[in-house]
Design a protein around this ligand. Structure first.
Ligand code: GLY
Length: 363
């Protein structure tokens, strides 16, 4: 019995036990999707990555390395000024500065490269790939990341497009309590005069919509040699506190790839994904026998079970934010699930690029 078959055999007998470990199982529908039966090479991305998977697939067919193929795929979206969630044209932080995050992980060498809060460089995933290839480090942040990129010949340029600047000005004029600093009544903490805190449950659920966007692109690819890589790139949470780092550049949170098991990535509320090590967990769940769709669903269930702040829950006690998980197994099975309806993902293989619906955890 090979590794994958062994896992599938274990899956049949132990999914209930694994799912129990993932969280309370009673409310979860463990859907099996066509992608779970897919085999062989492919590229998978978040729903905004249709062009990225098409490009990555073309490059895989030409024999390009999987990490290079996905980085060149997401570069199309990073360079698009009309995409306000990634790279050039991305929405800025609360000071009007675009700060970008990205990570790349290369399965065959199990090496990772990341950049966080990098400014003035359009294509952070390409810089993350150079961190992976040219340094003995994993992560460069802020000025150091920009200096590294410039040293390698990346062009420094203003990333704030007129459209993003106007959106930021509108937010500045109207934001009121809608920034990332919690007002006393939004905090789950009360402080005494010495600054000592006690955590408290906030009595009222806040069902108002979170007014931010966290657009991000994730892409993973598997070639015909069984090599795989993953990449995630973003401008992060719009109007964030300067210096805020989301899940995208954190290995194991917004992306993780293990050549022996598979690859996973996340988009959506990065804080929730970081606190559950979402992508690492998805890969671990696949190693324990879950299909990619089940692994994504189990991660979301874990996040939902661990979300305690009332301002992040709706009146049914469900998270009021979106997270979408994407997973690809070493044999080519793939899947995606989202916390709330509406998540989509993109896939490309010999049948061409297509966009599919992610399975929602909550209706
Ligand atoms: N998931 C992207 C972010 O939170 O920055």
């Amino acid at each position: 019995m090979n590794n994958i078959n062994r896992r599938r055999f274990l899956a049949a007998s132990s999914l209930t036990a694994i799912a129990a470990a993932a969280g309370k199982t009673n409310a979860v529908t463990w859907r099996h999707e066509p992608g779970d039966d897919h085999r062989g090479p492919l590229a998978i991305a978040s729903g905004n990555g249709l062009k990225a998977v098409e490009r990555a697939w073309e490059l895989l067919k030409q024999g390009r390395d999987t990490a290079e193929a996905i980085v060149l795929g997401v570069k199309i979206v990073e360079e698009d000024p009309n995409d306000m969630s990634v790279g050039y044209g991305g929405l800025p932080n609360e000071r009007g500065v675009v700060q970008l995050d990205s990570s790349v992980m290369h399965g065959p060498t199990h090496k990772a490269g990341c950049v966080a809060c990098i400014e003035n460089i359009k294509t952070p995933a390409s810089v993350a790939l150079e961190v992976l290839r040219r340094t003995d480090h994993v992560m460069l942040v802020g000025k150091g990341a920009t200096e590294f990129a410039v040293a390698l010949g990346f062009k420094e340029e203003n990333l704030l497009t007129e459209r993003a600047r106007k959106a930021w000005l509108r937010w500045k004029a109207n934001h009121g309590p809608n920034d990332d600093w919690l007002n006393p009544e939004q905090m789950d903490w009360k402080f005494d005069e010495n600054g000592n805190g006690t955590h408290t449950a906030v009595a009222q659920a806040d069902t108002s919509e979170i007014p931010y966007t966290t657009g991000t692109i994730h892409c993973s690819a598997l070639n015909d040699k069984g090599e795989l890589s993953g990449c995630t790139t973003t401008s992060g949470l719009s109007y964030k506190i300067p210096g805020r780092v989301g899940d995208s550049p954190i290995i194991g949170a917004g992306m993780y790839a293990d050549n022996q098991i598979g690859s996973a990535g996340a988009t959506g509320r990065g804080e929730a994904v970081i606190q559950s090590c979402g992508s690492f967990l998805a890969v671990q769940f696949m190693d324990m026998g879950m299909t990619p769709t089940e692994a994504c669903t189990a991660v979301l269930k874990r996040i939902a079970d661990r979300t305690k702040q009332h301002r992040l829950l709706n009146d049914k006690g469900e998270p009021n934010f979106q997270v979408t998980m994407y997973a690809m197994r070493k044999d080519g099975a793939f899947g995606s699930a989202c916390m709330r309806p509406g998540g989509t993902f993109a896939v490309c293989d010999d049948e061409g690029p297509r966009r599919l619906q992610s399975v929602p955890l909550f209706g």
